[in-house]
Write a protein that binds this ligand. Structure first.
Ligand SMILES: NC(=O)c1ccc[n+]([C@@H]2O[C@H](COP(=O)([O-])OP(=O)(O)OC[C@H]3O[C@@H](n4cnc5c(N)ncnc54)[C@H](OP(=O)(O)O)[C@@H]3O)[C@@H](O)[C@H]2O)c1
Length: 170
């Protein structure tokens, strides 16, 4: 793969860190963004290609900050990975709306907010792909975590829209 410009959101998750390491090893330049930037920077510093990775603060639930965050990026991305996650146990989520609401904000509303800004940036003609992480729980409802699963369902139905914007307009 030729070196690409990558933006990873919610970059402290294990899957995001694995993606950072793989993209970096392929010569890509990366912005890794999450809330716990100290932890994220410590991970990045372990990579031989640490110099290719910029660590920035990003809060998926701080919707008002998203446009400014995107505009201040050191480069506009070709590939975007949204990996932010937050889960409350189903039994707790049933009685704790704040916890349920936070899950909705991190998994869905935050993704819609920042990814729509990215997908509709007409100036970024390099944008190729926006990747969101769904879950089997969003494909087939499970009694044990149906509240989480319900938030993963929309990401399956909205991602094709992003795909068509990227492939047809960009
Ligand atoms: N783990 C699995 O088995 C599995 C299976 C299927 C799908 N998934 C999906 O894959 C994604 C990652 O899952 P995971 O289990 O690896 O991650 P996770 O532990 O649930 O969380 C991933 C990261 O999201 C970041 N995050 C949380 N709230 C945030 C916010 N408001 N703004 C920005 N970042 C935020 C956190 O880092 P900071 O503290 O730095 O913000 C956290 O390290 C999730 O979308 C999850 O639903 C996971």
């Amino acid at each position: 793969m030729p070196s690409k410009s990558i933006l990873i959101l919610g970059a402290n998750s294990d899957v995001a860190k694995a993606a950072i390491a793989r993209y970096a090893a392929r010569g890509c330049r990366i912005v890794a963004a999450s809330r716990s930037i100290g932890e994220l920077q410590s991970f990045v510093d372990t990579l031989p290609q640490a110099g290719q990775v910029a660590v920035l603060h990003f809060d998926a639930t701080d919707f008002g900050s998203h446009r400014g965050f995107y505009m201040a990026l050191p480069f506009k991305p070709q590939i975007v990975l949204y990996a932010a996650g937050f889960q409350v146990h189903n039994d707790q989520a049933l009685v704790d709306f704040e916890g349920s609401f936070r899950m909705m904000q991190v998994h869905y509303a935050g993704a819609v907010s920042i990814l729509n800004i990215i997908a509709t940036d007409q100036e970024n003609t390099q944008l190729e792909r926006i990747v969101g992480l769904s879950s089997l729980s969003g494909v087939r409802g499970r009694k044990s975590n149906f509240i989480y699963g319900a938030q993963k369902l929309p990401s399956r139905s909205t991602s094709p829209d992003c795909g068509s914007i990227c492939s047809t307009e960009k």
